[in-house]
Design a protein around this ligand. Structure first.
Ligand code: NDP
Length: 337
């Protein structure tokens, strides 16, 4: 029988774990964070103490040797995700990994294959598909409320908060830049709400001075999906007052969602048809807790993670195509293998 108590090891003493994931794990009955690993001994100790985590380690091997660790949450910088996932799978630990899964499609594929071989559950922490708003948009589209979807627009130009203005703006080898950080979320969100896969991308990026070394801190892109939908994306680290949103326009109606590309359980969904405009009620719920709930259920043999490893691969493939399109100036076919 699947184990009911799940001990979590945090791979990475990160901001996202501190701000969202630790609470989301602790919100699941029978789950707790039993250990954290950081490369820096003082940070490991301080982080453990500040977050009431009983044990800290400075090596992944030590964390994986801890018999109380059943599952890991990997939230280190992106270049580390692959090797850490492979090691965790080898140790038989279930893996919830942060996005982008890796820096190349081949690496991400290898991570998914390793988890499958080891028989452990793998999920990608694409939190947005857990939002009540996005689930409602998907439901409206599936119910035919807007007829045949033709276009989508994602507004995800935000201001990177000062406490996150580190490696994302300068460390190319860690996968810095707005496309691997934000566009990858748009890709996953659109794949989820449309129930379709992107097939080609065009993009133009901007360097407005916040990111260094030629890295992009803003981008506008267009994706074509395999159901013929065209989606326009606007992502940035540099814009303070744009607000976020998603729109999907179909033959019989439009969905207009505002304040929905965010970590917080907020936002509104409106439906415009020949009947006029109505606000569609949603029951907001913590996105990360919902994602953890699905992952924990999967570990217990019930259902699947909200975003699987395969979802992480596909959303990464789309972001990589946007990156290539923006750097080459060419239209890029999205490859999943
Ligand atoms: P952080 O910069 O907070 O943490 C990443 C790593 O940086 C940590 O593992 C840590 O290394 C090191 N680090 C943390 N604080 C310090 C410090 N004060 N001085 C020196 N090094 C430090 O990253 P984020 O939490 O913003 O992102 C981590 C991952 O999560 C990324 O893959 C990102 O893309 C993803 N993410 C996902 C989000 C989502 O909603 N799904 C939202 C935000 C991020 P060590 O572990 O060795 O101590």
């Amino acid at each position: 029988m699947a184990k009911q108590e799940i001990g979590w090891g945090l791979v990475g003493a990160s901001t996202i774990a501190r701000e969202w994931a630790i609470d989301a794990i602790r919100a699941q009955a029978g789950n707790d964070v039993v250990a954290v690993m950081s490369a820096d001994p003082a940070r490991a100790r301080d982080y453990a103490q500040a977050n009431r985590i009983p044990v800290s380690y400075t090596s992944l091997a030590a964390l994986l040797a801890d018999p109380n660790v059943d599952a890991v949450y990997i939230s280190t910088t992106n270049e580390l995700h692959k090797a850490q996932t492979l090691a965790c799978a080898r140790a038989g630990k279930h893996v919830l990994c942060e996005k982008p899964l890796a820096l190349t499609l081949a690496d991400a594929r290898e991570m998914v294959a390793a988890c499958a071989r080891a028989g452990v559950v793998m999920g990608t922490n694409h939190h947005l598909r857990n939002a009540a708003t996005h689930r409602k948009i998907r439901e409206l589209i599936q119910s035919g409320a807007i007829g045949t979807p033709l276009f989508a627009r994602v507004f995800h130009a935000v201001y990177l908060p000062p406490h996150l203005q580190g490696w994302r703006l300068s460390n190319a080898s860690a996968g810095a830049g707005v496309i691997l950080d934000i566009t990858v979320h748009d890709a996953d969100t659109l794949r989820f709400v449309l129930g379709a896969e992107p097939v080609e991308a065009i993009a133009v990026s901007q360097q407005a001075g916040m990111a260094k070394g030629g890295l992009e801190d803003g981008v506008m892109a267009v994706l074509r999906f395999d159901n013929n939908v065209l989606a326009q994306l606007h992502d940035a680290f540099t814009v303070k007052f744009a607000g976020t949103g998603v729109e999907v326009h179909g033959t019989e109606g439009s969905i207009i969602a505002r304040d929905v590309m965010t970590q917080r359980p907020i936002g509104q969904v409106a439906l415009r048809t020949s009947q006029g405009e109505t606000n569609v009620p949603v029951v907001h719920e913590n996105l990360y807790a919902r994602g953890l709930h699905a992952f924990v259920a999967a570990v217990r043999g019930e259902g699947a993670p909200a975003a699987s490893g395969e979802d992480g691969v596909r959303s990464l493939a789309t972001a990589l195509a946007v990156l290539e399109a923006s750097r080459s100036g060419r239209r890029v076919e999205i490859k999943y293998q």
